[in-house]
Design a protein around this ligand. Sequence first.
Ligand code: HEM
Length: 354
Amino acid sequence: MAMVVGGMGAGDLAWWLGLVFGAAPLLCLAVWHSADAYQSVSTLVYSLHWNYIGQVTFANICKMFISMEPSPLTCQIDRWFAGLVAGLRAFPLDFPGTAFHGARKCRRKLNAVFRQELEARRKVDKECDDLMSGLMHMEDEQGKKLSDEEVVDNIVSLVVAGYESTASAIMWATYHLAKSPVALAKLREENMALSESKAGSPLMITHDDLPKMKYTAKVVEETIRMANIAPMVHRVANKDVEYGGYMIPAGWSVLVWVRSLHTDPNFYHDPLTFNPDRWDEPAKPGTYQVFGGGYRICVTSLAFARLQLTIMLHHLSIGYEWELLNPNAEIGYLPHPRPMDGAAMAFLKFRPNA
Ligand code: HEM
């Protein structure tokens, strides 16, 4: 693992949450590079794409966060997370049969299963190279540790925030590339050249390779811009604010609709066209808010999400062809943008060791 992440520094990450996300890319590289992760990718033939990408992403998250291998229990945990997410934006009616009630039930089950794992580890003094152990051991400047409840709460929150967003980004990248053969050819050319230049371990990309992956970085950025995985962010006005001739009174909730920024022709030429080369120029200040902004900006905005997408694109582009089975499938926009057919695709592996 040290070889894979050589050259990375976590010193710029300030406090305990920073510590976790300093470690996350390292765990991420190790997990996405594991043999069985690619075994999983290689079986992506005539499958329902969204479901499968979701499964692979969830399996990796289970390993990174709680060192759990895929099992009937992780499948059950996945279903509880699905129940929790389904109730997140539901009307808060708490009686049997409602999404909100179901979400609360799932949340209690998730709390119980993670709590059990935490207590089991403590009993035998078990050390793991994962998020749960990191959270159990980290201390703030006063030497104070997180309570068990806080450890579990952080794990649940991070899975909710990181699971569907990552799966969705990977799905949109493959979706747009399937519709943009020129971009896919450039991506493949860059990654093939990189892979061939690495005698001995053609599967591994390292941190030192990232600066060479210039076109891949543009594909990642363009995917995240087009995908608008989080189309809006939530804020509360903490004082009266006048904006655009309107008064927003203190205490009001505000939805900042960031998708409209990313699809505004004043800021992005031909904004609905997937064009990685637009990133030859940086976005105008304030017009690119895919990870939110200010104090509540996405904790992984600088590395984790982009890194996962980069690794996935590397392996897919050097080893697979794919096509959309329903290129004109309708797109649904709530709660997150997604083709209504789950982005069904046919994958064909053309390189045995990719
Ligand atoms: C392409 C992938 C992702 C996108 C587009 C994305 C986007 C966002 C956005 C827009 C916010 C709200 C920020 C704001 O209110 O200003 C957010 C918050 C957050 N994200 Fe992400 N995210 C992604 C991946 C992840 C991953 C992989 C994780 C964790 C493993 C994660 C963890 C979080 C957390 C914990 C917050 C809450 C931060 C806070 O409220 O202080 N995100 N994300």
